[in-house]
Design a binder for this molecule. Structure first.
Ligand SMILES: [Zn+2]
Ligand SMILES: [Zn+2]
Length: 209
């Protein structure tokens, strides 16, 4: 018991981590970019809530923040992005499987399998067999995983991009915020223009053959 005392005491007196904040301009830029993604998210803006928080947290941790500080800041930014995107949380009632909008009748019971379209056997409500049920679940999970990974990646890149100094596009001479480390031109049009120009100025050595 005595041997445990110092550790317990240490845990009790440990100070809470100081709150860390991003500089305002970066915070606003990240929030606006996430809100833009959320406005077009399917089925609702909330589908990006968790992946955005994750992506942003990871980006901050890579900048040297602690997990707790990064998560707290990411949570606040994602919350205000949701607010900007006009997302409103559904009520408990709306979350129930039997919920229908007021005045809308529930859909009639299915007659065919939702996966293979075979006629549904007696007592089955959505899938004709265990095989179809499991295959549909695997498809659904795979799709959801891919979407989530994609969203995390996007928000991570947004946070990364807002930290970079602006670059000058050699094609149009405008300054831009890079989205990738190797990005040289502000947009695809400028990149294509530059490539076309380079091709035109390279002498064609093989013309004599
Ligand atoms: Zn089926
Ligand atoms: Zn350009």
């Amino acid at each position: 018991m005595l041997a445990l005392t110092p550790a317990i005491l240490l845990r009790v007196v440990r100070r809470p981590e100081p709150v860390k904040k991003l500089p305002r301009h970066r915070r606003v830029a990240i929030r606006d970019a996430i809100a833009e993604l959320m406005k077009v998210a399917e089925p609702t803006a909330f589908s990006l809530e968790a992946p955005s928080r994750h992506g942003l947290r990871v980006a901050l941790i890579f900048e040297g923040w602690s997990w707790g500080q990064a998560d707290a800041e990411a949570a606040l930014i994602v919350l205000s992005a949701l607010h900007m995107a006009g997302a409103r949380r559904p009520s408990w009632q709306m979350g129930q499987p039997e919920y229908c909008q007021p005045g809308v009748l529930p859909p009639p019971p299915r007659e065919t399998c939702a996966r293979c379209a075979a006629p549904l056997p007696e007592g089955a409500r959505r899938y004709c067999s265990k095989v179809c049920y499991q295959a549909a679940a695997i498809d659904r999970n795979r799709r959801a995983d891919a979407e989530e990974r994609n969203a995390k990646e996007k928000v991570y890149r947004i946070a990364w991009s807002k930290r970079q100094p602006a670059r000058l596009c050699p094609s149009c001479n405008r300054s831009f915020q890079p989205k990738r480390a190797a990005q040289k031109y502000c947009c695809d049009t400028c990149r294509h223009d530059a490539r076309r120009l380079a091709r035109r100025t390279v002498p064609r050595l093989c013309e004599a053959d």
